[in-house]
Design a protein around this ligand. Structure first.
Ligand SMILES: [Mg+2]
Length: 286
């Protein structure tokens, strides 16, 4: 949203140095089990923060077309300034308003993953064999490349992740991100955390000016205090996320999804107001 005033921007808020919000999408902003999926007060707060020069990045595991679809379907009254997708890619708006690569990070990311997967042929074949023999999980392919999997349940995914923890150590740099019953394979240098660090570098922001919030395992790399000083999670976050956030002095909200993130933003003084009627207490599956 363009600012109409030519005057210099005021400080982010009276009480906060925060200039950039990095929020996960599903389960953190969006509650798919309530209507509306996002409490209206969240957008009121976003508009207020934007008027004070705060920018918003959606930092999601969704691929670009999928987050574009999600934003279109939900028809948010405030749109993000950036989208960080697939837990690793960084996009900003081009002159035509469409998302485009921000710098050369996405290119470097693609090269690193091409190299990684070319080194991991035996490992990937062994993972496929394990999944077929011992699980009901479904492998996920991109072309001929095995890029991840979907388990039948959280319990099954616990067992698969124990297997992956052990086996992926065979290939230097090979890592994986878990989000609910999904896993995506990745290079250890690329995550929601390092993508956020690159966005900070490109926008000239420091760790102390960044807020991050998420609800699941794939959010941990942006919630451990390395890339964002101000971190939070909603009440529906998994225990590992709550422990990490609490461990670095972050805010573990009571409210679910956007209601919880709004509580956190108010806690850190980046927006004003009381919770009032902003309740969204029916917790979704994380
Ligand atoms: Mg999530």
């Amino acid at each position: 949203m363009p600012l109409s005033s030519p005057l210099p921007l005021p400080p982010a808020t009276r009480n906060s140095p925060i200039r950039l919000l990095s929020t996960d999408f599903d389960g953190t902003v969006v509650n798919h089990e309530t209507q509306p999926a996002v409490v209206p007060e969240f957008f009121t707060a976003l508009a207020e923060m934007r008027a004070h020069g705060v920018q918003w990045a959606v930092n999601t595991g969704r691929v670009l077309w999928h987050i574009e679809e999600g934003l279109r379907e939900l028809n948010f009254p405030v749109e993000p300034d950036y989208v960080l997708t697939s837990e690793r890619e960084v996009f900003h708006r081009g002159p035509d308003g469409r998302w485009q690569d921000f710098g050369d990070w996405n290119l470097r990311c693609t090269v690193a993953h091409d190299q990684l997967f070319s080194n991991a042929g035996t490992l990937l074949a062994d993972i496929e064999t394990y999944l077929a023999a011992h699980t009901r999980a479904h492998p996920i392919y991109e072309g001929a490349r095995l890029i991840g999997l979907a388990a039948e349940s959280d319990d099954e995914m616990d067992g698969i992740c124990a297997f992956l923890e052990k086996e992926t150590a065979r290939v230097p740099g090979f890592h994986f991100m878990r989000n609910t019953i999904y896993v995506r394979f990745c290079h250890e240098d690329y995550s929601k955390g390092t993508a956020l660090a690159e966005l900070a570098r490109l926008t000239g922001l420091e760790r102390g000016q960044i807020f991050a919030a998420g609800d699941h395992y794939n959010d941990l790399p942006m919630l451990d205090g390395r890339h964002a000083q101000w971190v939070a999670c909603p009440g529906n976050a998994v225990e590992a996320v709550k422990r990490t956030v609490a461990g670095v002095g972050g805010y573990v909200a009571e409210g679910a999804c956007s209601a919880g993130i709004l509580q956190a933003l108010r806690h850190f003084g980046v927006c004003s107001g009381e919770m009032g009627a902003a309740t969204n207490s029916r917790a979704p599956a994380p």
